[in-house]
Design a protein around this ligand. Sequence first.
Ligand SMILES: NC(=O)c1ccc[n+]([C@@H]2O[C@H](COP(=O)([O-])OP(=O)(O)OC[C@H]3O[C@@H](n4cnc5c(N)ncnc54)[C@H](O)[C@@H]3O)[C@@H](O)[C@H]2O)c1
Length: 323
Amino acid sequence: MTYLVTGGAGFIGSHLVDTLLRRGEQVVCVDNFTDYYDPARKRRNLAWASAQPGFTLAEADIRDAAALAAIFAAHKPRRVAHLAGMPGPRPSIANPALYEQVNVAGTVHLLELARRHAVESFLLASTSSVYGRTDKLPFEETDPTDRPLSPYAATKKAAEVLAYTFHSLYGTPTSVVRFFTVYGPRGRPDMTPSLFVAKMVRGEPFVLFENGVKLFRDYTYVDDIVAGVIAALDRPQPYEIFNLGNAQPVEMRHFVDLLQQITGLEARIEACPLPATEPPITFANTAKAGRMLGFASRINVEEGLSRFWAWYRAEGLADGGSH
Ligand SMILES: NC(=O)c1ccc[n+]([C@@H]2O[C@H](COP(=O)([O-])OP(=O)(O)OC[C@H]3O[C@@H](n4cnc5c(N)ncnc54)[C@H](O)[C@@H]3O)[C@@H](O)[C@H]2O)c1
């Protein structure tokens, strides 16, 4: 079976690519190695995959409809996992047009090709950010999502809605998966835990919103996310939205304490008010993914952070290497 994975050189995408290759699939990775963070890290993410016979790298920008059409024509993927995107709520404030072009227009190009090639399943990576600020916990797929706090979240919501429209018009089998704060080996340098650990290694202070008190994130280990993505691709749905999260929010203060315990490094915290782009809590209800996909989060945050730290050291990042 041929899979097309957009954003396959990124953090989550590269784990998905590796897992699909390990089970013997053909994988076409579409990525433009954008410099949101060091593209060299993305090349390294694909080191193992690049040596596998089932792997093809198609360097292309998802804003380029003609390039995508040529890739679909050449490889005829049967399943599409669309993970490429501009991430990050806060950076999106400075460049909303770019987020719209990549996350919305780019998604439309993929939806259009997916329906022309009548793919058997289309998966869209969305985010817990679509839930915005809400007192209703945990977040359920049926909750309102029309008050996004950042351009990033708004573009992801727009992509979800467009995916519905394509399903409605053409019957494209579609799963939207809303990821909750993903972490693990190859984690993005702009996200915790990499962001904090890089400062702790250098003995520098870092900003912790609200001192980490009453601020919760539902940290989800990347292997659990990839298992959920593959389960969704394997069970094509007419159109369904699934939360993929750990369903156990961690108070950020505790998260930093755990990082100190695991790394043996001191955290120098600078308190700062919560920005308007950030909700005070994310908390997934994963009952639907459990029921329909057999999804279950298996790695708790203590285990996951230990694995993250082992990877971080193995990469030489703890020795002051490039980050
Ligand atoms: N990491 C998280 O916690 C998280 C949470 C919610 C949602 N998501 C979503 O999951 C997806 C993957 O996130 P990630 O954390 O792996 O990020 P990432 O930045 O590591 O991966 C995204 C990949 O997309 C590629 N890309 C960006 N713009 C592109 C373009 N115009 N054309 C082709 N490729 C392009 C990048 O080069 C990168 O390799 C994203 O859509 C993100 O919004 C991530």
